[in-house]
Design a protein around this ligand. Structure first.
Ligand SMILES: Nc1ncnc2c1ncn2[C@@H]1O[C@H](COP(=O)(O)OP(=O)(O)OP(=O)(O)O)[C@@H](O)[C@H]1O
Ligand SMILES: [Mg+2]
Length: 264
């Protein structure tokens, strides 16, 4: 039987998603960013360039379809979903005309707070379980850009029940009603880990499929696309591809000559 504690509808009035200016600001230190391979905040770092390319492609695809809310998922675990979500959000947040929201919806294994060095206790899991009604106590503005992170501190209860609850539906409804200059990225669990991703995908405009070079098979990729239908795939990213734009990170684009293109 479902645990219905998350079905509490005791939020006074409609769900309000706070903007960056309403939130506590966290400025991640350089060592934490480096240790967690977060390079997207620094436009001068050559390793951020693939995320600039990806950011432009994402904006184009979102604009073409009138979308703003998408998730990142994969068939296999540890494909680089969180790495990609974080770096893409960081690269997008350097564009002054956009507000970027990043939701850690891997409720059981959330990792984005750790990656930025946030030591909190009240995350999306607590919000969905009804322990707080105020999303201002959950969200953090990251740096001085318009980037908002809603972290998750790993719930112990069944995450699928939280996602099936009314609170999650109300939250996603409010997200959908955010203004048009907003982009929302949801970092998701692998599609086959449990039913969380399938349930969340029903609320999304689209999802991005992260494929791990040499690990994810074509069959797994096709099965994931089938599993998440009718939600559409925004695009695929081949991660850990060696031989692309920048070999050490190898996100894959063009040849090695590109790595010197902008150097002095
Ligand atoms: N292209 C890459 N270059 C360098 N490090 C990477 C790359 N892709 C992922 N990583 C690192 O590999 C580790 C696993 O990646 P990440 O946590 O993003 O995977 P995930 O798909 O979110 O995993 P999970 O399925 O557990 O949620 C992290 O330490 C991440 O920083
Ligand atoms: Mg992850």
């Amino acid at each position: 039987m479902l645990n219905t504690t998350n079905d509490k509808t005791d939020i006074p009035g409609p769900v309000v998603i706070p903007g960056p200016a309403e939130l506590e600001t966290l400025v991640p230190d350089a060592a934490t960013l480096e240790a967690n391979h977060i390079v997207g905040f620094d436009g001068n770092d050559i390793r951020s360039r693939p995320f600039n390319l990806l950011r432009s492609q994402v904006i184009k695809a979102l604009d073409a379809n009138g979308w703003k809310l998408f998730g990142t998922t994969s068939a296999t675990p540890a494909a680089g979903k969180s790495f990609l979500s974080m770096n893409l959000a960081a690269a997008l947040s350097r564009l002054s005309d956009k507000t970027i929201y990043l939701f850690d919806l891997d409720l059981r294994r959330g990792s984005l707070a750790d990656a930025l060095g946030i030591e909190g206790k009240v995350g999306l899991g607590e919000y969905l379980a009804g322990k707080t009604d105020d999303l201002r106590s959950v969200g953090r503005r990251i740096g001085d850009n318009n980037l908002v992170l809603f972290p998750c501190y790993r719930v112990k209860s069944n995450s699928a029940e939280l996602i099936a609850g009314k609170r999650f539906a109300n939250l996603m409804e409010a997200v959908k009603n955010l203004p048009d200059d907003v982009i929302v990225i949801c970092d998701l669990p692998p599609a086959f880990a449990n039913d969380d991703t399938i349930m969340i995908s029903e609320y999304l405009d689209a999802y991005m499929l992260i494929i791990e070079q040499g690990i994810t098979t074509k069959k797994q990729m096709n099965n994931t696309v089938d599993l998440l239908k009718p939600t559409q795939c925004l695009g695929t990213v081949l991660n850990r591809y060696v031989g692309g734009l920048i070999d050490p990170y190898g996100y894959g684009y063009g040849g090695s000559e590109y790595s010197k293109y902008y150097s002095d």
